[in-house]
Structure formats: C-alpha cells, structure tokens
Design a protein. Sequence first.
Length: 551
Amino acid sequence: MFFLHIAGAAALLIWAVRLVRTGVERAFAVQLRLWLRRSAKNRALAAFTGTTSAMLLQSSTAVAILVSNFVSAKTIGIAGGLAILLGADVGSALVAQVLLVRAEFLVPLLLLAGTAMFLRAEERKLRQTGRILIGLGLIFVSLDMIRAATAPMMDSDNVVHVLQYLGRDTLTAFAIGAIFAWLVHSSVAAVLLFVTLVMQGVMPVTAAASMVLGANLGGAMIAYALTLSASINARRMIVSNLVLRGGGAALLLVCLTFFVSSLDWLGSTGMRQVINLHLVFNLGLALIAVPFAPLIARIAETLMTAPADPVEGLGRISALDPTALGTPERALSCASRELIRMGETVEQMLRSVISIYDKWDDTTAAAIQSQDKAVRRMHHETKLYLAKLNRGALEEEASQRSMDLSTSAANLEAASDIIARKMVGLAKHLNSGGVAFSTQGWEEICDFHDRVLANTQLALDVIITQNPETARELVAAKERVRAVETLLQQQHLGRLQKGMVESIETSNIHQDTLRALKQANAFVAMIAHPILSDTGDLLSSRLTDEPATEG
C-alpha cells in the first residue's frame, strides 16, 4: 500500500504539472511565442523572458521546444535562443520555490475557482485559465499525498538504511535523480518530490541535493531527445544548454562531495537548503553563461557541423501502398500517413520562407520550390490512390473518410502553392529592389507569420489525433488570423498616410505578404472542417457558439 500511495501521488503530481502547462499553451501560446521571439535581440531581456515563460508553462522543456522552432526558422540566433533557455532553467527553479509555499485555504479556493471557470466560462482563455487553476490545486493536493504517504517511512529500518546509503553515495543519488526526471519528463515534478521527502525527514540532505542536481541533467536531456530531428542550429542551441546545465550540475556535485562539508549557508532547514541549491545553481549558471552566449554559440557551430543525410539519394518512399487497396481501412491509413507527410513539408516550407525576406538565399528559395513540387506530386498520387480505392464497394463511412482525405490533400497543396509561388516571388522582388520593410512593418509580418506557423502545427495535430476539441481550436484560430490581418492592413495604411518612406517603397509587398499568409492559413484550417461537421460543431460558414462535446 505504501508504494501504491507514493506512485499515485507522483502520478497526480506529474499530471497536474502537465495540466497547468497545456492550459497556458492553449490560452497564451501566441503571446508567449511573440515575447520569446522579440526578446531574443537582447540577451538580458531574452533570459528574463525565458524565466517568465518557464514559470507560466511550469516547464523549461516546453520553452526549449518553442525556441527551437524559431532557431530552425532562423528568426532567432543560437546565442539569443541559448539565453532564453538559460533563463527558462531559472524559471523552472523558481516554480519549485513557489509551489512549496501555500496557505491552507489555497487548495479549495483554486479547485473551486478553476472548476467554475472551466465549466461555466464561454471565452476560451477564461476556460483555459480555469484549467491552470485546477492544475495548481492538484499539485498542492499531490504534495500533501506524498507527505502523508511518506510519514511512516522513518519507522522502516530498511528504508532508513537505503536512504542513508544514498546520502553517502552521491554519484548513485545523482544518477537516480537524472533518470527519474527523464522518466517523468518534468524536472519540476522531480525536484518537488525530492524536496518533499527531505521535508518529511525521510531523505538525507546530501542525497536530495545530489538528486536535485541530477534532475537538472535529466531535465536538459528531455529537450535533447525531443529535438533529435530538429535543424542543426536548433541542435547546437539545445546541446549547448545540455553541456552547460548537465556539466555544471556534475561539476557542482564534485565540489559538494569533496570540498563542501555543509549546506547550512543555503538555509536553516534541510528542505530550504535543497530547494535553494536548485535555484542558486541555475541562477549562477545563467549569470555566468548568458554574457558569453555568442562565444558559446560560435564554439557550438565549430564543433557541430551539419551531418550528411544518410538517406539522401534513396528517393522518397511513398506511404501509399498499392497492396493495401483491397483492405479499405488499411488503405485509408496509408493515405493519412501521406497526408501527414504533406503537412510536415508545408510546415517546413512556411518555416523557411520568412528567412529569405530578411536575406535572400538562392539555396533556400530553390529548396522551397523543390518541396512544392514534392507536395504537388504527393497530392496527385494521393488523389489517384483514393480514386482507385473508391472504385470498390466502400461503406458510407469509409467513402466519406476517403473524400475528406482527398479534400485535405488539395488544401495542403493550395497552401504549398501560395508559399512557393506567391511568397517566394514577393521575397525575391523585395531583395532585388534593394528596399526593406520599416522596423514596425517587419515586426508585424514576423508576428503574423509566427501565428500562421503555429496554426499549421496545430493542423498537423488535428490530422494525427482527429480530436474535435483541437479541430475547433484550429478553426477559431483561423477567425482570429482574419481579424489580425485586417488590423495589420489598417496599421500599414496609417504609416502610409504619415509618409514613412520604407512603408511607401514596400507597400504592395507588405500587403500581399499578409494576404498570402492569411490565404495559406485558411487552406490549412480547412483540415478541421470534416471533423467538426461530424460532431455538429460547424455550421455552414462558422463555428457554433458552443462545442457539441465537453472534455
């Protein structure tokens, strides 16, 4: 029963941390992305933004994934991205500090307010704020469960002997901390668990301190594993953070083991000493490394060269298996896989195109054109594949699914065409003319591009999960993009009226780029329509006021 209670409490803690993170992502993802990208121009501001974002998301890993997207698109440099990540590590440590301090009335208040907001609020951000409050309340509940479950541990001689051994074998404790943080995919949850065990008098301070340092290595490893397929620049940033955070934690462990006899200078209690060690380590690392971020970035560029593609020259392998046509369910699965590949290619094109507006590059432009040809080929092959499938006797549901897949493939092809033909042409015209957007105009285009890119990534989630809630979010985002585009067009006209030279010279390109992004977004968002039509969430021209199902 002891292990059952501990496992249940740890599971609730992990899920509650995730609940807070997903609530923030769903409600404030656009704002977070804008703050992160804009702040990267100043390293101190970038570190501060990373700290704030990690506190909101309850996760430095989530920040790392967001920033890696910007670094891959070259809208953030490696040095700026690394500064954000170092700040995010500090934010993650601050979260652990905050969550260990609470008043008795806080849990029922958070759960009551959160549930009321989530169930009763009609506005999306208010509903997700309710989700965040529920998650915070459950974090406190899980910590109380851990305290209650570990109270009898001191009566067990075996437990005492094991924990005393870990207090002497700091390397093993370090490894356990790293592995545990990796397994739960949350350094915040791992640190809270270790500190709570110290607070209960169950774990020695030396063992907990070693485990907390190990959790820093494990936390950095999470982002490393999740970005294995990212661009070389994103990998350089992530690996730099891993070396700094993981290597720094290992170095500090050696210092504490051989040169520091006590942690009394960090606090009056064991719990306070361990949690303060976590904060002091990450804060000190940020203060030391952020000023040298450009140098670290250059070293990473020198040591990490772009790897050769091992499958280059093998040709593209289509997911459309002709032998599956006799089994409709399997054939539709093949078509879905090909659709996902189309979506990923469109996302890559959209991510890359913004860089050639800033600085024209023939190689990047040619790569986008090549990807567009690949998307058109995939669309043509998918359309013919599904046509062959429909020649057989299909059930109504399979026939409708086939039609939906064909329509979605056509929408992705249309979005690809806009990026490759319209946007690449506009970027080339901008650079060949020797003109540049105004500072405000360029920021508006980058912000709008990022909003559309986020919606494209959301569309991929819809294709994979077929989740009605995610589909509804995608269509709602389409309406917000339309409203934002109208506002940006008005702001541009306002600059023209003031006679700003840069705005006048680039007026047509600016407006056409905004329109092209809006059109690409509209095609991508239409992927959600078949799902919402089935659930009754979609009227002929807009979303219904309320979702058909509540989750």
